[in-house]
Design a binder for this molecule. Structure first.
Ligand code: CMX
Length: 433
């Protein structure tokens, strides 16, 4: 398999590089930790390593060193499409190189081969109460698949540490292949008649998702699905979903345990759930004013939100200090495809007004929009209007990044995570010194 070959070929050099770095410079200090950071969610503490992606506070995400516009331009695309294959992005994340079209299609073919979801997973989901949040169903389905883990099976057989990454890659491919199918099933189970259209092996990852979701404009939504999954794939290692996946995986829990944990973190309103909250906020504005309000009305509305003790969803970021390029890419897409849409116009006005409001409030370190500020607006346009489903979409995309990371964490033998904790008295003592 192409991914296996490519990673295998790189591994000796990578292992040597990391071994030498740790051996020769293991004592080199790269950061200091303050009491503020210990109490402040470890913000900015440099204590993780990944080569899959990096978030520059001033420019945003780079996937394997490439910006979003570069990725969208350079990755191979299906015939007649403007947005690349999702398989091309997964290849880039795993291998670190732009794939040829044939290589991207090989990844898509691997997914098609592995997309079938065992029937018992559907039975588990059907047995759960109808009011269960889609993220619970999603995480539950991932955990239910754990019994199929190649890593767990090989580990129990006594596989050598050097080879851990190989069954992890199998798990990563099996899991990412099945996620869109499970997501579509959840969509139909929650909001339809429980009968999702069948997976079509002739379609690419994004087109298949459009097909299985049963949207009216399948071709248009296929482009959006590819864009969405690519943009949401990875955001370096410290965000909650990526870190939770890495942390749980570091105990040698397999990809299913690890990603289920990551999804549980993604389900939080300060992380992935913000996309559903954000569209809710935009619609509340639209309904209050019967369309796009004046700048002044929006300004007042934003202040009302803040004064009621709530955050403005979709704005602010723990690392970024500029508008999120994932936001910009989606805004551009919307303006190119449906500029007259009321919610798109509203999202643009919010982009103009809310940063100013947040600056005046003076609390948020970054008053600019993040990825969630517009993602729901695009889904809404294509008729995917069930807000609580949006974080599931985020989860399908996020799997690509965290799985690529898990494969490399295993390949480079990253150890179990175990930072040290202190007591408040110890910190007070440290403060006196
Ligand atoms: N609206 C109102 N207040 C905000 C705010 C916003 N959008 N963003 C930050 N603040 C406030 C924080 O609540 C915090 O207030 P307190 O001091 O009273 O606790 C203060 O500004 C400082 O926060 P910060 O250092 O700028 O931001 P954090 O790193 O603590 O948090 C984030 C980052 C994203 C959780 C925060 O900006 C937020 O809550 N935004 C709204 C929710 C959101 O869009 N989340 C999605 C993020 C993307 C993702 O992970 O998916």
């Amino acid at each position: 398999m192409i991914l296996h070959e490519k990673i295998s070929a790189q591994l000796p050099a990578w292992r040597e590089r990391v071994k030498n770095l740790v051996k020769e410079h293991g004592e080199t200090v790269i950061d200091q930790v303050t009491i503020g950071q210990v109490y402040g969610g470890m913000r900015d503490v440099k204590s993780l390593v990944t080569d899959i992606s990096f978030v520059d506070p001033a420019t945003g995400i780079k996937f394997r060193g490439m910006s979003i516009p570069e990725v969208l331009e350079k990755l191979p695309k299906p015939d007649g499409a403007a947005i690349p294959y999702v398989g091309a992005l997964f290849y880039l994340l795993l291998v670190g190189e732009i794939p040829t079209r044939a290589e991207a299609e090989a990844v898509e073919a691997e997914w098609a081969r592995r997309a079938e979801v065992p029937a018992y997973v559907y039975d588990v989901l059907r047995a759960m109460p109808r009011e269960t949040h889609p993220m619970v169903l999603f995480s539950q389905a991932v955990l239910a698949l754990q019994v199929t883990s190649e890593f767990a099976r090989k580990y129990n057989e006594g596989i050598k540490k050097d080879a851990y990454w190989e069954p992890t890659l199998e798990d990563a491919l099996n899991l990412t292949a099945k996620l869109p199918v499970i997501a579509a099933f959840i969509y139909w189970l929650k909001y339809g008649d429980g009968q999702a259209p069948k997976y079509d092996p002739a379609l690419d990852y994004g087109a298949n998702f459009a097909h299985m979701l049963g949207v009216k404009d399948e071709k248009g939504y296929a482009e959006l699905a590819r864009l969405y999954f690519i943009l949401h794939s990875d955001h370096e290692s410290g965000n909650v979903s990526a870190h939770a996946t890495h942390l749980v995986g570091s105990a040698l829990s397999d990809a299913y345990y690890a990603f289920s944990a990551g999804l549980n973190g993604l389900a939080g309103p300060l992380h992935g759930l913000a996309n559903q909250e954000c569209l809710g906020w935009l619609i509340a504005v639209r309904d209050r004013f019967g369309g796009v309000p004046s700048r002044q009305d929006l300004y007042k509305f934003a202040w009302e939100t803040l004064e009621s003790g709530k955050v403005i969803p979709g704005y602010g970021h723990a690392v970024l200090r500029v508008p999120d390029p994932r936001f910009t890419a989606q805004l551009e897409y919307a303006k190119q495809h449906f500029p007259q849409d009321t919610l798109v116009q509203l999202a643009e006005l919010v982009y103009d007004v809310v940063p100013q409001v947040l600056k005046e409030q003076g609390k948020a370190k970054n008053p600019a929009p993040n990825v969630d500020a517009i993602s729901g607006t695009l889904q809404y346009y294509y008729g995917v209007r069930e807000f609580d489903f949006y974080t599931v979409l985020f989860g399908v995309g996020r799997a690509l990044g965290v799985m690529a990371n898990l494969v490399w964490a295993r390949a480079l033998g990253q150890p179990i995570e175990r930072p040290k904790s202190l007591t408040t008295a110890m910190l007070e003592e440290a403060a006196k010194k």
